[in-house]
Design a binder for this molecule. Structure first.
Ligand code: LER
Ligand code: MN
Length: 277
């Protein structure tokens, strides 16, 4: 398992769940100094980014980019794929394609969280799930051509109305049936929607490509009541090799949250590896 955190790209002034303070270069240097393996790059519009400088800055810091995150496409610009508004769908798909192009350039995956939209945004239609599958298939097919994997994130009921749990996510994986489409699971959402976090992780199995880590209260791990010994033992037992990446409230401040998280992750990953030997 590798360690990561969500970090704003140069085009995102503030992400409510992103860590580290300073300029983009300063944040990259801090992530590396703290010992993180990689960062999830939060972007808003790749058209306004200097791709070469972004790549060079992260490479110089020795950081990988497991995935480019799309939350601010929705959060800042209101873009979403599942909507009755044809113009909005077109703009969301165009922007998603440009994020996929950037991810191809960086060798990263792309997540789909709130960018998916909601079934209720379609209004009164006979089969909203089929429309959602079709909207997602279009971007997944484009990503396949670019050699990019898409990670779908189940999100709790207060933020969306479809694909809430790991089981919902696996239903979508089966319906789409595309090799480049898998799941990322976020412990914060799983704590609300999945009957058992461990069973949800196991259900995703080999389609689990990324994990967002947070404690039950979405603060840094160790500040809530999740059973991380059991969660890490499950991931280790599954042979999960992907990222456990912090997406948490930047409290008490964005640098302390990043430092507390890496200390917690390193201690737990060390302990779980020792126990499984
Ligand atoms: C995005 O990864 C996420 O988990 C959402 O809760 C953000 O609103
Ligand atoms: Mn998340």
């Amino acid at each position: 398992m590798k360690t990561g955190l969500v970090m704003c790209g140069p085009d995102v002034a503030y992400g409510p769940l992103a860590l580290l303070s300073g300029t983009f270069e300063e944040k990259a240097a801090k992530a590396a100094r703290l010992g993180y393996d990689g960062i999830e790059l939060m972007v808003r519009d790749p058209a306004g980014l200097d791709w070469k400088t972004v790549k060079a800055t992260l490479a110089a810091a020795g950081l990988e980019v497991p995935q480019v995150v799309t939350g601010e496409l929705f959060g800042a610009d209101g873009l979403c794929l599942v909507t009755a508004d044809k113009g909005l769908h077109r703009r969301a798909e165009e922007r998603t394609r440009s994020v996929i192009d950037l991810a191809a350039y960086l060798g990263a995956m792309v997540n789909i969280g709130r960018l998916r939209g909601q079934l209720k945004f379609l209004g009164d239609v006979p089969d909203p799930w089929a429309i959602a599958v079709d909207r997602l298939r279009r971007v997944v097919a484009y990503a396949a051509k670019q050699g990019v994997k898409i990670t779908m994130e189940p999100i709790n009921r207060y933020e969306t109305d479809f694909v809430l749990s790991a089981a919902d996510g696996m239903r979508l994986v089966e319906d789409l049936d595309c090799d480049n489409f898998g799941l990322m699971l976020d412990l914060f959402h799983m704590n609300i929607e999945d009957a058992s976090i461990e069973e949800g992780l196991r259900l995703a199995g080999e389609r689990l490509w990324h994990v967002h880590i947070a404690d039950s209260n979405r603060h840094y791990p160790g500040s809530g009541h999740l059973d991380f010994d059991s969660i890490f033992a499950t991931l280790e037992d599954m042979g999960y090799q992907g990222y456990v990446s912090a997406e948490i409230l930047p409290l008490p401040d964005p640098d302390t949250a990043a430092q507390k998280t890496i200390a917690f992750l390193q201690a737990h990953l060390h302990a779980v590896r020792g126990a499984s030997r």
